[in-house]
Design a protein around this ligand. Structure first.
Ligand code: NAP
Ligand code: MG
Length: 404
């Protein structure tokens, strides 16, 4: 038996709910614990424990992430009315991801995992496109009004000395209508920009950013200017050294270029663009279960997870004693992302190469035709075989142990 890889700093481990909680334990038992002397600081973010701790555990896990710098998170339930009864909750606790993101002030980067045999709907996309969504402000924190015919709508600002400035939005003398007030903050845009530039350097990929600054000459233009200023003063030389590019264009031009591209870059999007484009890109690459997600703070703290949820429908089957063919790939890649980052920060090359080999073993299993049902449904391989989650993990382990 080979010696297990030692770790020096603990990973922050955030456990979760339902089917992904089941997979979480299987992944650790089958693919990680036999090879890594795993050090984690464990936080149980399962809904039962969040409810017991009045959600304090979520805040504690985010604070631990601040302290140690790297976390790996399992999917968690965001409670709704049905969950209130199902779990007999004291309160409708907020989304853990929202709470963690607010504490780390980070940006979420979503990237698809490409496997031979599972081809994207856009055949030219041979490399992943990573979407970075600015998760603050704009239409998500807006103020809207319906306006009666005959009204005048004004935009009014009162500064700290009480002086007022106003501009006409529209004179509704000809018709009733609607208005909308949006805002964003320089501070938030700056954090977004730094997270994007850091992540581009970290993953050695070009960074694209696009807005509609020709039409929105103050609002969108401010985004463009902040990105440009931060790039020039803080990142330009590092980008040149790394041989990567920062590229700004108009959003419609970006959309056209993305479709024609081969992938392999990060696309930074304003809040709404990111909401819409991330669903389009995820679908085009195949399966939600092959989408990874990492939250990166402007000061370089990383939290890795799968982009999908707790796969509730499969969990209810599992509870009835059935074997499910739930895809663990994005959750495995959350672990490999976190282990690799921990290895980089602590100078443990063995941990980084273990992460590489585990990822390769996953992709080899799929290209050998062994896969979960969601992938089998879209794979063009003729020798494909649908297996349950545990068989899939064991097959990955066979390939992993052969490569170590
Ligand atoms: P979901 O868990 O992502 O699942 C939606 C459907 O997508 C599943 O029913 C399944 O389709 C398919 N799917 C997703 N992941 C899969 C995987 N790994 N393997 C195979 N199929 C997969 O979304 P949801 O059902 O809307 O949400 C369930 C719970 O997850 C909710 O309580 C929600 O709050 C939570 N959630 C958490 C996060 C997070 O923690 N980041 C994100 C999203 C949702 P089939 O049923 O057709 O097989
Ligand atoms: Mg969306």
């Amino acid at each position: 038996m080979m010696e297990k890889i030692r770790m020096t700093t603990p990973l922050v481990e955030m456990d979760g709910d339902e089917m992904t909680r089941v997979l979480w334990k299987m992944i650790k038992d089958i693919l990680i614990l036999p090879y890594v002397d795993l050090k984690t600081e464990y936080y149980d973010l399962g809904l039962v424990h969040r409810n017991e701790t009045d959600d304090a555990v979520t805040v504690e896990s985010a604070e631990a992430t601040r302290k140690y710098g790297v976390a790996v998170k399992c999917a968690t339930i965001t409670p709704n009315a049905a969950r209130m009864t199902e779990y007999d909750l004291k309160e409708m606790w907020k989304s853990p991801n929202g709470t963690i993101r607010a504490i780390l002030d980070g940006t979420v980067f979503r990237a698809p995992i490409l496997a031979e045999g599972v081809t994207p709907y856009i055949p030219t996309w041979t490399k992943p496109i990573t979407i970075a969504r600015h998760a603050y402000g704009d239409v998500y924190k807006n103020t809207e009004m319906q306006i009666k015919k005959g009204s005048k709508a004004m935009l009014k600002v009162i500064d700290e000395n009480g002086s007022e400035e106003s501009e006409m939005i529209y004179d509704f003398s000809d018709s009733a209508g609607i208005i909308q007030g949006l805002h964003n903050k320089d501070k938030s845009i700056e954090g977004f920009a730094r997270s994007c530039f850091n992540y581009a350097l970290d993953t050695k990929q070009d960074l694209w950013f696009a807005t509609k600054d020709t039409i929105s000459k103050k609002y969108d233009h401010r985004f463009k200017d902040i990105f440009a200023e931060i790039y020039e003063s803080e990142y330009k030389s590092r980008f040149e050294e790394a041989g990567i590019e920062y590229f700004y264009t108009l959003i419609d031009d970006a959309v056209a270029r993305v479709i024609r591209s081969e992938g392999g870059f990060i696309w930074a999007c304003k809040n709404y663009d990111g909401d819409v484009m991330s669903d389009m890109v995820a679908t085009a690459y195949g399966s939600l279960a092959m989408m990874t997600s990492v939250l990166v703070s402007p000061d370089g703290i990383y939290e890795y997870e799968a982009a999908h949820g707790t796969v509730q429908r499969h969990y209810y089957k599992y509870l009835k004693g059935e074997k499910t063919s739930t895809n663990p790939v994005a959750t495995i890649f959350a672990w490999t992302g976190a282990l690799r980052k921990r290895g980089e920060l602590d100078g443990i090359s063995g941990l980084c190469s273990f992460a590489d080999k585990l990822e390769k073993a996953v992709l080899k299993t799929i290209s050998d035709g062994i896969m979960t049902g969601d992938l089998a449904a879209i794979s063009k391989l003729t020798n494909k075989r649908t297996v349950d989650s545990e068989t899939f993990l064991n097959e990955i382990n066979t390939r992993l142990s052969n490569s170590l």
